[in-house]
Ligand binder design. Structure first.
Ligand SMILES: [Mg+2]
Length: 240
């Protein structure tokens, strides 16, 4: 990664800028109360743990393009209440969609950022980089989440996998982002993200610079052969 050639800094949204894990837990708690999920899980923490385990495995499959977005959205709810469900399948599917709708609505209202995210964006802006968000999240909620977190004015472009129907690490989304930016030189782009299998693998394949945000694992930047690893967003100052 040659710092002087970088024009665009692309940043993953969930768990890189926005504290998705914290915000999701608040939304799951609200969903539990709002939709009376105590009838399936007497303890809210058990509900959250079951949901997160199932959701993680579905997202891994979604990122590998093995399942559709619709399947992910219904199944992440349906699978964790199916065992305790007493009624018919159609009712279970309807309830699962309603749970998904309420969850996404509550999620979009949350505002917690990853520590240092706002300062990093201000720093990058001060250095006159263009700033993009590159996310596999759903367009229905990602724009709302950016607005709720007060980040709209700090970001020049938002590119979502939903826009073109392919997810990171598929390099077509990186090529698409370069097209949207009007800057076709891969060396002018850097990706910062918390997922090595999607954010970082895709950036490397596309010829971009890559900064792996390994949250709280390393104090100072570690140079790997093809990417840099940081443990806090403040370390970006050392790199860009
Ligand atoms: Mg992420």
């Amino acid at each position: 990664m040659r710092q002087d050639s970088v024009k665009w800094v692309w940043i993953d949204l969930d768990d890189t800028l926005i504290d998705f894990r914290a915000n999701s837990r608040v939304a799951l708690r609200l969903l539990y109360d709002e939709m009376n999920l105590g009838r399936f899980y007497s303890c809210c923490n058990d509900w959250i743990a079951a949901y997160e385990k199932n959701n993680k495995s579905l997202w891994d499959r979604y990122n590998r393009a093995e399942i559709t977005k619709e399947f992910l959205r219904i199944e992440r709810m349906r699978a964790v209440i199916a065992d305790a469900w007493q009624g018919g399948n159609d009712d279970l599917v309807s309830l699962s969609w309603e749970m998904d709708r309420v969850y996404l609505a509550r999620l979009a209202e949350q505002k917690t950022l990853v520590g240092g995210a706002r300062e990093m964006l201000d720093y990058l802006r001060g250095r006159e980089y263009n700033i993009g968000v590159l996310s596999n999240g759903f367009s229905q909620v990602q724009h709302l989440k950016i607005a709720s977190a007060g980040l709209t004015d700090k970001i020049d472009l938002v590119v979502l996998s939903d826009d073109i129907g392919v997810n990171k690490p598929d390099r077509r989304i990186y090529d698409y982002a370069m097209g949207k930016a009007g800057c076709p030189n891969p060396e002018a782009h850097v990706m910062i993200g918390d997922n090595p299998d999607t954010d970082i693998a895709g950036a490397i394949a596309a010829g971009w610079g890559a900064i792996y945000f390994n949250r709280s694992k390393v104090a100072t930047p570690v140079m790997h052969e093809r990417f840099v690893e940081i443990g806090s967003l403040a370390s970006v100052i050392c790199l860009l």
